[in-house]
Design a protein around this ligand. Structure first.
Ligand SMILES: NC(=O)c1ccc[n+]([C@@H]2O[C@H](COP(=O)([O-])OP(=O)(O)OC[C@H]3O[C@@H](n4cnc5c(N)ncnc54)[C@H](OP(=O)(O)O)[C@@H]3O)[C@@H](O)[C@H]2O)c1
Length: 332
């Protein structure tokens, strides 16, 4: 049995400041022991998500984080000791472990996962990122072959999969990402038809040059959302997945212009969703994603940072655009 547990604590909430590694601290405590109905798990890979920062702003689909608590986060973990019938040492689970080596959780809050190689795919394409891309695009965006699909944060974990699924469905896939290098990666490595750099002063003109957007998969909100709204075609659909541009730092001075006017005149449909809304279709989605990965139509991009102690810097880096594909931290 383990004796000590390293934990990363959210020492101070960032408020309207940009998140820094200094908002966290590393501590060591005795490793916890499971009680009746509980399971001790060892964290293997921590999933890093833009939403980790949003949880510091207030309640979302989970309650707001408080300073002094172990930083929250989901992880791929291994059962070490179990006081429930359904789980045995060595089993792999998806668990809300937080940023620490070990966690004790009620057995009912753990999802047992079938082992696979590489096991990191359980956090990327077969985890929240892949399922969010799949359901957000296909159920909310409802693309038809030949249509133009635009996705923001396109080189990130969700976006990189959205554009590839759009291509698989016969659509033209345009990615919006920061910098020419990421754009080249999207077109040359992942097969996007084109990429636009939202930091380029010519961005809005280039966006208008696309000839109209049928489906916009919005990961970022803010100015990029507004620019896409103005470029939508009649009866276009917007899949509202997240508002990453608003998570880190002070809120923007104004909301997006064109709302509700453009929604009316262009007869747009905006659909907000949370991936859990589609839990009943999960198995079907995973089977389809697996088929695309196995046939080579869908490339999986993972960005793995080593060491629990590097988790705060890795999240700060994700918010600054360091990652390509799904960022996660290998704990052990
Ligand atoms: N609805 C759901 O169920 C659900 C589930 C999972 C995730 N999400 C949402 O999906 C989105 C993607 O999250 P993720 O965790 O997968 O992160 P990610 O896309 O892997 O990484 C974030 C990327 O966003 C870009 N970015 C950062 N600041 C930006 C800004 N101000 N404007 C435009 N782009 C910016 C950065 O790349 P650049 O270099 O391109 O700036 C960065 O690499 C988030 O909005 C998240 O909340 C929603």
């Amino acid at each position: 049995m383990p004796e000590t547990n390293r934990q990363i604590v959210l020492d101070r909430l960032p408020g309207a400041e940009k998140l820094q590694p200094g908002h966290f601290r590393l501590t060591e405590t005795p490793a916890p022991l499971p009680g009746e109905g509980e399971v001790l798990v060892r964290t293997r890979y921590i999933s890093l998500d833009a939403a980790n920062r949003a949880w510091m702003q207030g309640a979302t689909y989970r309650s707001a984080l408080q300073s002094g608590q172990v930083m929250a986060g989901g992880a791929l973990a291994e059962v070490v000791d179990s006081r429930v019938e359904a789980l045995k040492p060595g089993d792999l689970v998806w668990a809300d472990t937080g940023w620490q080596d070990y966690a004790v959780l009620p057995g009912r809050r753990l999802s047992k996962l079938a082992p696979m190689q590489p096991e990191t795919h359980l956090l990327s394409v077969y985890g929240v990122a892949g399922l969010t891309a799949y359901f957000g695009l296909l159920e909310c965006g409802r693309p038809k072959a030949g249509e133009t699909v635009v996705v923001s944060a396109a080189a990130g974990s969700v976006g990189s999969i959205v554009g590839q699924i759009a291509r698989i469905k016969g659509c033209k896939a345009i990615g919006i990402a920061g910098g020419a290098e990421k754009g080249r990666w999207l077109t040359d490595e992942l097969g996007f038809d084109a990429a636009l750099d939202y930091k380029d002063p010519e961005f809005k003109r280039q966006l208008r040059g696309l000839g109209g957007i049928d489906v916009y998969f919005d990961n970022v909100g803010g100015d990029v959302f507004e620019a896409c709204l103005f470029a939508m075609n009649l009866h276009g659909r917007v899949a509202c997945c997240g508002a990453l541009s608003q998570y880190d730092g002070a809120p923007p001075p104004h909301g997006p212009r064109g709302v509700p006017g453009l929604i009316v005149t262009k007869r747009l449909t905006l659909t907000g969703f949370v991936v859990m809304d589609f839990d009943d279709q999960r198995e079907k989605a995973l089977a389809e994603l697996k088929g695309w990965v196995d046939s080579g139509q869908l490339k999986v991009s993972e960005d793995i940072v080593e060491g629990l102690e590097n988790t705060p810097a890795a999240l700060v880096g994700l918010l600054a655009g360091e990652n390509r594909g799904k960022r996660m931290v290998k704990v052990r």
